[in-house]
Design a protein. Structure first.
Lengths: 249, 496
C-alpha cells in the first residue's frame, strides 16, 4: 500500500470544563487548551503502526481549521506522519462540508486507506467518516477496534451494540476508529525537533470549490440544568419513604 | 497497612520536665456533661463505633482513644470548650481531616484522657474578595472545597496535595503543609494572610485582616502556622488567592544522573522563571515499581533512563506562547546534552498520565514490600551529595536495600524512602527503622537541611526534634508553649 490519509480535527481538550458563551452562540474556545480529537489520535497511531510494519509507505495527516491548527499537525508529524496538509478555514463547518472537502483531498492524494476517528468529542456527530466513504464511493468500516490488512482487503473488528462484528472491506476504504483500537504513543522531544523539517502544506479552503454554508444552523446553546442537591437518609426505610414521596417507586 | 515499626518513638516517654500542672487523667462526669451542653445535641459523639474513623492514623501507625469527640459549630463554642477544659486541666487534641502523617491529630496516646475536638462542622466560606484576592474560610473547610470556591470566583487557591479531598485548611495551616505547588506559590505559610485562633484560656485572637502589609509588632499568627495544634485552635483563615492560570504545559524529561537533574533545574529556572509550577524527580526504580504494581501507569519512553523529571508550567500567557517557550528551552537542553530524552504532554489526558506516575510512587512502593521513610530537605545544591551519602548509609545498615529517593527537587525536599532488601524479611527490615532514621536525619542536618521537611513532628518525630533541634531554638519553643498554654492542655506530648 502506498498512502494512508489520516484526518485530524482539533477540539477543545478533553480535560477542559466546557463553558457556554453568555450569549448562547456557542462554547468558549478563546484561550482554551486545544488538542487533537482523541479518536483521531488513535487513527493516526494505527496508520503509523501499519507503516512501521512495512505495509504502507507514506502517512499524510489532513486537518481543516484556522492557521493555528498547525500546532496539532506538527504533533501529528512528531508522532511519525510523513506529511501534513492544512486546509485553512476560519468558519465552523458541518460534517457534510468537511466530508466534501476531505473528498477533494482524497482525490488528490489517492490513498489506499483513509483513517479517522468515529466521532469528534466536541460535537459527537459521528458522521464525517460515513459521509466521506459514500461520497468517495468506497467501502466503510466504522467503530474499528481491530484492523488487519492482507493484500487488498482490510479485516476490521467493529464495536457494535450487540458485541463485536468482524467484516472485510476492499481497499481503498474508509475506516473510523474506536477507543480500544490502540493506545497512541507519546510525542518524544527529538521527534518534535525532526518534525519541524517535515513538509506542511497549506491550502485555502476556497481552493476546493466546496459550498461552505450549512443547511443546519444552531439556534441556541445552553448548559445542562444542574442537578438538585442530594439528601442523606439514615436507613433503607427512610430511603424508600423518600423515593415514594418523589413518586419514584 | 504498615505494621508498627519496632523502634518507633515511644509516645509515653518524656524528655524533660515541662509542666507544672498535672493534667486530669480521667475526666470527671460533670466536665463531660458541661462540654456536651456547650455543643448541644449533634455536636458530640462518644460511642466507639462512631469514633473509629477519628482515632485511626492514616498509615495505621497509631490508634488512639478518647472519652468524647466534640464537633463545635462556631468560634464561640470552641472558646467555651477551651475555657472549660483549661479550668479543669483537661487535655484537648484538635483534629482536621486526620490525614496528617506524624500522628499529631490522634488523642489518648499518653495514657491520659484527652478530648478530641474536630473542626469538621466549621466549614463555611465567610467572605471572598476578588479585588483583594483573598478568601476567608472556617478552619474545617476541606481543601478541595476551598480550591473549588476559588475556581468558581475565577481565581486560584494553589495549595494542592494528594490528600486534598479530606484534609482541612485548618489542618494545612497547623502543619504548614507543602504539596505540589510550593516552588511557585510557597508553603501554606506563604498563602495565609490572617488567622482567627481560640487560645487555650478561651480568648479569641482575631488576626483575620487580609492585608499584605502590616508592620505592627510581633506577627503572632505566624506562631500558629505549623504549631500542630499545640498553641490553640485555629477557627478561621484568611487565604491569599491568585489569578487562574490561562495555560499549562507539562513534560516528562529523562536524564542520566541526579546532578544532571539539579543542573537542569537551575537551567529551567533561568529560562522559564516563575512559570515553573512543579519540578519533581524520581529514579528509574520508581518508574519500574509503578509500572509493575499500578494498573494504567506506563512509562512513555521505550528506553530506560536513570532519572526522570516532571516539569509542570502554568502561565498567564497564551497556550501557544507557553508551549513554544517550553519547547525552545527543552530543545536547547537536548542539544547541550544535559537532557537525554523527553516527552511533552499534547493533551490534558497525557498531563494527567504523567502526574499519575508521580503520584503512584508511594502506593507502588507499598506493594513492593516494607519501606522505611524519610521526609528530608537540604539546599537544592546538596541533593546529589545527600542521595549518594544516604544511599551508602542505608546500604551499610541494610545490605541490599533499595533506595527510592523521589520528591520535590525544586524545594530541596526528598522523600528518601527505602524499600526492603529482597532477601530480608519485612519484620527484620522494619526493626531497623529507628537506627536508619537517626543516621539519615543526622546526615540531612549535617548538610544544612531538615529532618522533617513537610510532614511535621507530631508524635512520630518528637524524639528526633529533641535530639536534633538547636538547643537555643528548642528552649525558645518551650517558652512560647508555656506563654500561650501555661496549663499545657493543648495537644500534650506532641511536637515538644
Ligand atoms: C495521601 C496523602 C498525601 C499527602 N501529601 C502531602 C503533601 O504533599 N505535602 C504535605 O505537606 N503534606 C501531605 N500530607 C500530609 C497531610 O495531608 C497534611 O499534613 C495536611 O495538612 C493535614 O491536614 P488535616 O486537616 O488532615 O490535619 P490533621 O491530620 O487532622 O491534623 C494535623 C495536625 O494539625 C492539628 N490541627 C488540625 N486542625 C487544627 C486546627 N483547626 N487548629 C489547631 N490545630 C489543628 C492537629 O492537632 C494535628 O497536630 C499528605 C497526606 C496524605 C494522607
Amino acid at each position: 500500500m502506498k498512502t494512508i490519509m489520516v484526518c485530524l480535527k482539533r477540539v477543545v481538550d478533553y480535560n477542559v470544563r466546557i463553558r457556554v458563551k453568555p450569549d448562547g452562540s456557542g462554547v468558549v474556545t478563546d484561550g482554551v487548551k486545544m488538542s487533537i480529537n482523541p479518536f483521531d489520535e488513535i487513527a493516526l497511531e494505527e496508520a503509523l503502526r501499519i507503516k512501521e510494519r512495512g505495509e504502507a509507505e507514506d502517512v499524510v495527516v489532513v486537518s481543516i481549521g484556522p492557521a493555528d491548527i498547525q500546532q496539532q499537525l506538527r504533533t501529528g508529524l512528531a508522532m511519525g506522519a510523513d506529511r501534513a496538509v492544512l486546509i485553512e478555514c476560519n468558519e465552523d463547518i458541518s460534517s457534510l462540508t468537511a466530508a466534501k472537502v476531505l473528498l477533494k483531498c482524497a482525490e488528490k492524494e489517492a490513498p489506499d486507506l483513509i483513517v479517522l476517528g468515529k466521532q469528534a468529542i466536541d460535537d459527537d456527530c459521528n458522521q464525517t467518516g460515513q459521509m466521506l466513504a459514500t461520497l468517495w464511493g468506497r467501502p466503510q468500516a466504522t467503530f474499528a477496534s481491530k484492523l488487519e490488512l492482507s493484500g487488498n482487503v482490510a479485516k476490521v473488528t467493529r464495536e457494535v451494540d450487540a458485541g463485536l462484528e468482524v467484516i472485510e472491506v476492499d481497499l481503498p476504504a474508509v475506516i473510523t476508529t474506536d477507543l480500544r483500537l490502540n493506545e497512541p504513543r507519546y510525542v518524544k522531544l527529538p521527534d518534535i525537533m525532526k518534525a519541524k523539517k517535515k513538509q506542511l502544506e497549506s491550502v485555502a479552503i476556497a481552493d476546493f470549490g466546496v459550498e461552505l454554508s450549512s443547511k443546519v444552523t444552531a439556534g441556541n446553546w445552553e448548559t445542562p440544568a444542574s442537578r438538585a442537591k442530594g439528601i442523606m437518609v439514615n436507613d433503607v426505610d427512610a430511603l424508600l419513604a423518600a423515593l415514594k414521596e418523589k413518586d419514584l417507586v | 497497612m504498615v505494621p508498627l515499626p519496632v523502634a518507633l518513638p515511644n509516645p509515653s516517654r518524656t524528655h524533660y520536665k515541662r509542666l507544672s500542672v498535672v493534667l486530669t487523667k480521667t475526666i470527671p462526669d460533670a466536665v463531660i456533661a458541661e462540654l456536651k451542653s456547650i455543643v448541644g445535641e449533634g455536636g458530640w459523639l462518644d460511642s466507639s463505633a462512631d469514633l473509629t474513623a477519628y482515632l485511626e492514623e492514616w498509615r495505621g501507625l497509631f490508634t488512639g482513644c478518647t472519652p468524647l469527640l466534640l464537633r463545635p459549630a462556631s468560634t464561640a463554642e470552641v472558646a467555651a470548650i477551651l475555657s472549660c477544659c483549661n479550668a479543669n486541666n483537661v487535655a484537648v487534641v484538635p483534629q482536621g481531616g486526620n490525614t496528617g502523617l506524624a500522628g499529631g491529630a490522634i488523642p489518648g496516646l499518653n495514657d491520659q484522657n484527652e478530648v478530641l475536638l474536630s473542626l469538621e462542622r466549621m466549614r463555611d466560606i465567610r467572605a471572598i474578595d476578588t479585588a483583594n484576592f483573598t478568601i476567608i474560610v472556617e478552619a474545617g473547610c476541606v481543601l478541595e472545597r476551598l480550591q473549588q470556591a476559588a475556581a468558581d470566583a475565577d481565581c486560584l487557591f494553589p495549595l494542592s496535595m494528594a490528600s486534598e479531598g479530606s484534609c482541612q485548611i485548618g489542618g494545612n495551616v497547623s502543619t504548614n503543609a507543602g504539596g505540589t505547588a510550593v516552588l511557585r506559590y510557597g508553603n501554606t505559610r506563604d498563602l495565609v494572610l490572617g488567622l482567627e485562633v481560640v487560645l487555650p484560656d478561651g480568648r479569641v485572637l482575631d488576626e483575620l485582616k487580609g492585608v499584605r502589609k502590616d508592620n505592627t509588632g510581633y506577627d503572632l499568627k505566624q506562631l500558629f502556622i505549623g504549631a500542630e495544634g499545640s498553641l490553640g485552635v485555629i477557627t478561621a483563615v484568611t487565604c491569599k488567592l491568585f489569578p487562574k492560570p490561562a495555560s499549562v504545559a507539562t513534560a516528562l524529561i529523562a536524564l542520566d544522573s541526579i546532578s544532571a537533574v539539579v543542573d537542569f533545574f537551575a537551567a529551567a529556572r533561568t529560562a522559564l522563571g516563575d512559570e515553573i509550577l512543579a519540578f519533581e524527580t524520581f529514579p528509574h526504580i520508581a518508574m519500574d515499581m509503578v509500572q509493575q504494581h499500578i494498573d494504567s501507569c506506563h512509562s512513555p519512553f521505550d528506553d530506560e533512563y536513570s532519572w526522570y523529571v516532571l516539569l509542570d508550567l502554568s502561565s498567564q500567557r497564551s497556550q501557544s506562547m507557553v508551549d513554544t517557550g517550553l519547547l525552545a528551552f527543552l530543545e536547547a537542553q537536548l542539544d547541550l546534552g544535559l537532557v537525554t530524552d523527553g516527552v511533552v504532554a499534547q493533551s490534558g489526558a497525557q498531563r494527567d498520565a504523567f502526574w499519575r506516575i508521580r503520584h503512584a510512587i508511594s502506593e507502588a512502593q507499598k506493594l513492593a514490600g516494607a519501606s522505611i521513610k524519610h521526609d528530608i530537605s537540604v539546599p537544592v545544591s546538596q541533593i546529589p551529595l545527600l542521595i549518594e551519602k544516604a544511599s551508602a548509609v542505608a546500604e551499610s545498615i541494610a545490605p541490599g536495600v533499595r533506595p527510592v529517593p523521589f520528591g520535590h527537587v525544586g524545594d530541596g525536599n526528598i522523600h528518601f524512602n527505602l524499600s526492603q532488601p529482597e532477601a530480608m524479611s519485612a519484620k527484620d527490615f522494619l526493626a531497623l527503622w529507628g537506627v536508619m532514621n537517626q543516621r539519615i536525619h543526622s546526615l540531612a542536618v549535617s548538610l544544612g537541611g531538615s529532618f522533617s521537611a513537610e510532614h511535621g513532628i507530631g508524635l512520630l518525630k518528637r524524639d528526633e526534634l529533641a535530639r536534633l533541634a538547636d538547643p537555643v531554638g528548642l528552649a525558645l519553643m518551650r517558652s512560647v508553649k508555656l506563654a500561650f498554654d501555661p496549663n499545657g492542655i493543648m495537644n500534650p506530648n506532641k511536637l515538644l
